[in-house]
Each structure stands twice: as C-alpha cells, then as structure tokens.
Design a protein around this ligand. Structure first.
Ligand code: S3P
Length: 209
C-alpha cells in the first residue's frame, strides 16, 4: 500500500510546495517503487484529465506528482482566476513560464501542466528539452462535461469558444508530444495504466533492483 501524503514541510525546506509525494511506504509495505529518469509533463486541453491521470500514475508507480496550477497558486498566494483578473492573460503566462522552468529543474516528477502552457515558444522548447511529454487528447465537448466549475477556467468560455481555442492549439500540443493518448470515453485509471506501461517500455520509469 502507498500512502498519499501532502508534503507540508516542503515550503519550509525550500522545496516545491504542493507536491504530492507517493513514495512513502506503510510499515507492511514492500513497494514496487519506480524511478523517473526525467520529468514527465502532461499536456492537453482543459478537462483532458491531466491532473487525475498524473495522480493515479503517481500511485501506481510510487513517484511524486505536482499540479502546475496548484503549485502556481500556492507560490502566488492567489487563485488562477484572480491572477487573470489582476494582470490579464499575459501576466499569468509570464508566471506560468517561471513555474515551468522551476519544476523542470527540480527532481524528476510527474507534472500536470495548465492547458495553455504550449502557447509560448520558449515553453514548448523547455518541455521538449527537459523531459517526456504526454499529450492527452480531448474534445472541447467532452472537456466541458468533465469540468465541474467552468468559472475556474477563465479561458474556457462557452462551448463554441472552447472549440475554437482547442482547435487553434492542436498543432502546438502535437508539436511537443512524445506520447499521444486519446481520452475519448475512457476513465482516468485506464489512462494512467496505459501511460504507465508506455513509460516503462520507454525506460522513463524504471525499477531499481
Ligand atoms: C488554461 C488552463 C488552465 C489554467 C488557466 C489557463 C488554458 O489549466 O492554467 O485557466 O489556457 O488552457 P487546466 O488545463 O489544468 O484547466
């Protein structure tokens, strides 16, 4: 068994806040712990399931996962929605780039990225340079049905708008992707198992003996 533990000491130790560390064993546990040779970035449109899949995979493999927006909100002490309201999308993107570089430079972990991380060329270059990129494909229609509170996603808008935004980003997601998985009609557990198996085959996840 693996305990899900929020690393509450992280901030005081100068490490990344809001990293979910799945590597803690219980006393009875001989764990099948894996290691990551490089960071794994989950990209895709809002509602693709990046955060859920990364967390489930973290539990399967016993590695750490961090959600970029949650990390960013802790770092800025503000909700994404509030940052958009105060400094606009450009201001948000500037912070997002700093966060991407911070996380890419930290100990390798599973990183679920904000859906717009691929918009800046420098971000795409960093994603490709620093790690393995998993692209979770989703239609705007399916995404809308998965997001509980659309008001937390300032750029989603109505379905027509979301479809346009999603369409305009397709080539950018494809540009950075090392692995592409279509999420249509699939649960996050099944997706996590598929990504687990691909990452093992690629040697990105490996098991020390
Ligand atoms: C955004 C996606 C959001 C968040 C912000 C902008 C986007 O993250 O970063 O609202 O531009 O697609 P999720 O993809 O986790 O919803």
């Amino acid at each position: 068994m693996i305990n899900e533990q929020v690393n509450n000491n992280a901030q005081s130790e100068g490490a990344a806040p809001e990293v979910l560390d799945f590597r803690t064993s219980t006393t009875d546990g001989d764990l099948d712990l894996y290691k990551l040779t490089q960071p794994v970035f989950f990209v895709g449109f809002m509602g693709a399931g990046k955060t859920s899949v990364a967390r489930k995979l973290a539990r399967l493999a016993g590695v750490a996962a961090v959600d970029m927006d949650t990390y960013l909100e802790r770092r800025e002490q503000k909700a994404v929605k509030q940052i958009f309201a105060e400094v606009g999308e450009d201001g948000f993107r500037a912070i997002e780039t700093e966060v991407l570089y911070e996380l890419a430079a930290s100990e390798p972990k599973l990183i679920s990225c904000g859906g717009g991380v691929i918009l800046r060329e420098e971000n795409r270059a960093e994603l490709k340079r620093a790690g393995c990129v998993v692209y979770l494909q989703v239609t705007a229609h399916e995404a809308a049905s998965r997001i509980h509170d659309l008001s937390t996603r300032p750029l989603f808008g109505d379905l027509d708008h979301a479809e346009q935004v999603a369409q305009s980003r397709l080539a950018l997601y494809e540009e950075v992707a090392d692995i592409t998985v279509n999420t249509a009609g699939r649960g996050t557990g099944s997706l996590a198992r598929e990504v687990f198996s691909i990452l093992r085959k690629k040697g990105v996840l490996w098991q020390p003996r």
